[in-house]
Design a protein around this ligand. Structure first.
Ligand code: CIR
Length: 254
């Protein structure tokens, strides 16, 4: 079970960057939601630490995309050019506890495309992650005996915008975004129609975190959680949704 989380503070530039694109982010609410998210991670038993925001990089709060962490090793991603450089502060923080390696060109890989289940790791081939990136992930995870499975994702930003692992051999998928036959070996849990954003859930031990505001998916997830002996927790991440981010994007967990 995971014990640690690394998060990154919300830069003031997050709201101004999206304002320039015509998206109104409530900066104060974003900070409160982030604080509540971190409090929730602590409540479910994780020890959390944070990396200072990088004002030059408005999306840096989406720390998940910068690295993949497995046991005592961390693989630093090679990201979308608009976000390159976010990794620096994260690498410096991880170097205290992890052996670092880096994804090198021509590979491209972002953490939002990496989905671990109990037995395998899926990697989304997307606008952000290419086949070289998938290979780099495979080499990184090989010493741990983990199988890496590449899947094409076209209808959303990252693989984990479309699917996440709920535990108990079950993957939650947004049927609007992904062909569920990819997960044929798993039990499939579908988000309710129109609630695709709820596919990004975060299972931590006996807790299952989901985004707030998706009542029909929540009603179904309550039943799943009850069967799994887990507590369902809803987290409001409306201001991060405006930047195309969701629950898993806001932390690195190991
Ligand atoms: C981006 O375009 O990269 C950010 N605006 C959103 C990143 C969200 N990260 C994630 O889904 N893992």
């Amino acid at each position: 079970m995971a014990t640690r989380a690394l998060v990154r503070e919300v830069p003031a530039s997050y709201a101004t960057y999206y304002a320039a694109k015509g998206v109104v982010v409530d900066a104060e609410l974003a900070r409160r939601q982030h604080a509540d998210y971190v409090a929730a991670l602590r409540q479910v038993g994780l020890e959390s630490s944070h990396v200072q925001a990088d004002e030059e990089r408005p999306d840096c709060v989406f720390i998940e995309d910068t690295a993949v962490v497995w046991e005592d090793r961390a693989l630093i991603m090679r990201m979308n050019p608009a976000r390159e450089g976010e990794q620096r502060g994260v690498e410096a923080a991880l170097a205290a506890t992890h052996r670092i390696s880096r994804v090198e060109p021509p590979a491209a890989l972002e953490g939002g495309d990496v989905l671990h289940t109990d037995s395998a790791t899926f990697v989304g081939i997307t606008a952000r992650t290419n086949h070289f990136g998938a290979k780099a992930l495979e080499s990184f995870l090989m010493p741990f005996g983990r199988r890496v499975i590449s899947v094409e994702v076209q209808k959303c930003l990252h693989l984990k915008s479309a699917a996440t692992y709920l535990g108990e051999g079950t993957v939650i998928v947004a049927p609007e975004f992904i062909d569920q036959s990819i997960f044929a070996k798993y039990s499939i849990f579908e988000t309710a129609p129109g609630e695709a954003y709820a596919a990004n859930c975060l299972r931590i031990g006996k807790h299952l975190l989901m985004p707030r505001g998706f009542p029909r998916t929540r009603a179904k997830l309550e039943k799943f959680a009850a069967r799994a002996g887990a507590t369902l927790v809803s987290i409001d991440c409306s201001e991060f949704r405006k930047g195309d981010g969701s629950l898993t994007c806001l932390s690195l967990i190991w």
